[in-house]
Design a protein around this ligand. Sequence first.
Ligand code: CAA
Length: 258
Amino acid sequence: MSDYETIIAEVHDRVGLIRLNRPRAFNALNSQLMRELTDALAAFDADEDIGAIVITGSERVFAAGADIKEMSTATPVDMLTSGYIDLFDRIRQVSKPIVAAVSGFALGGGFELAMTCDMIVASESAQFGQPEINLGIIPGAGGTQRLTRTVGKYLAMEIVLNDRRLTAEEAARFGLVNRVVPVERYLDEAMELAQQLAARAPIALRIAKESVNKALETPLSEGLAYERRVFYLLFATEDQKEGMDAFMHKRKAEWKGK
Ligand code: CAA
């Protein structure tokens, strides 16, 4: 884990913390950073001692988007064959909950990265936007899709077509972030949230994440049928027996992840 150059990966109890770390480039997400980030996420996902993950930047910047200097001379074929955008799909495939701890700028791919996470804790200084239109392009890592599903057509149009920026308070009002806290608290708050998640029944947590994500991709009848099937499936786990026995005997459940 110590071999990374553009991120810092740490473990705090059962939480894996990843800090984006290209301060001189405002944490621009170049291909090395995206590769290291997705490798670290995959390693945390495979580690039984980790229950949840936090991704953060610095107080000043979460991430200022894809690396414009790296992309500026690219051809469509370069963009296709580099697999750069596909790396965002690898984040989506992580089975454990990911909390984004966002302070300062979350722009372009930085905002898209935050939206790929499962929950967002923002500092009061956070600023969200999709400024790609200023570069003669559009968001390419989910910005037109995830944003629109969350805030609706009209606001999404303004953000994507006219570079409307959102303050942390606005983002909270439009359902884009879970909570807004003072700058000095945002990382602690995200870590506490992740510790709570990491203490929960691991298989139920994983299935719960999958099921909520399913709601964004399927018609209601299909989503309900999916939910029912995985709900039944959880009765095959030792954790279901343990959780219900603990409730009935008024004791704390001890999860096995089995
Ligand atoms: N890519 C590469 N370098 C970047 C960068 C980016 N996205 N954002 C900032 N930097 C670099 C700057 O080039 C500058 O480096 P130098 O000192 O070597 O010139 C350094 O970071 C500091 O930036 P500024 O001098 O511009 O600092 P500022 O405080 O005046 O402004 C900012 C900060 C508002 C974040 C501004 O840098 C900015 O607007 N950045 C670009 C944001 C953007 O357009 N993002 C979208 C990228 S495209 C994308 O993300 C596509 C996608 O969907 C995946």
